[in-house]
Design a protein around this ligand. Structure first.
Ligand code: ADP
Ligand code: MG
Length: 156
């Protein structure tokens, strides 16, 4: 795997047929095309990092990269939970994320409770590790602060 940090962005779409509301931990989903264009050598699993959209502050986040059962596990999916309480949904926004560290591979859980508890542990661990100075520094990266039109020819 290439070294983190890994930056990417994409429009937040409504997830088709996934049931994240069951977990009470909302995850902003990227479109399949965005996930297909990620480097092929990005492992599946749980990452942590930074995320923002619009004029929001840059917030801590965890990302799950995984295989999508809806597409018979042929397609990767990428879902970002931002550690911030938003007043409203932000479907349609261009979400910018930086993967900063890797927490663990994907796992199967025998109950919803154990899945939720693992995600809560991931969130706590991510919050801690993101306080490391080298990780805090990435919050200030140009990727988050310079309009994309200036650094990527308008491409996200
Ligand atoms: P879906 O199945 O459409 O992905 P979710 O139940 O996973 O729905 O909720 C995700 C949506 O909730 C996001 O697309 C976003 O608009 C909204 N949302 C609100 N707060 C957050 C948050 N803290 N992190 C991620 N998404 C959030
Ligand atoms: Mg979701």
């Amino acid at each position: 795997m290439r070294h983190l940090t890994y930056f990417c962005c994409g429009q937040v779409v409504r997830c088709f047929g996934c049931s994240s509301t069951q977990l009470v931990i909302p995850t902003a989903n990227f479109p399949l095309q965005v996930v297909d264009n990620l480097a092929a050598d990005i492992y599946t699993g749980i990452y942590y990092g930074w995320a923002t959209f619009g004029s929001e502050d840059v917030h801590k986040m965890v990302v799950s990269m995984g295989w999508n059962p809806y597409y018979k596990n042929m397609k990767k999916s990428m879902e970002t939970h931002i550690m911030h309480t938003f007043k409203e949904d932000f479907y349609g926004e261009m979400l910018n994320v930086a993967f900063v560290g890797y927490l663990r591979p994907e796992k199967n859980f025998d109950s919803l409770e154990s899945l939720i508890s693992a995600i809560q542990d991931d969130i706590e661990e991510a919050k801690k590790q993101l306080e490391w100075p080298e990780h805090l520094k990435l919050k200030e990266d140009n990727f988050f602060h310079v309009p994309k039109s200036k650094i990527m020819n308008g491409h996200c």
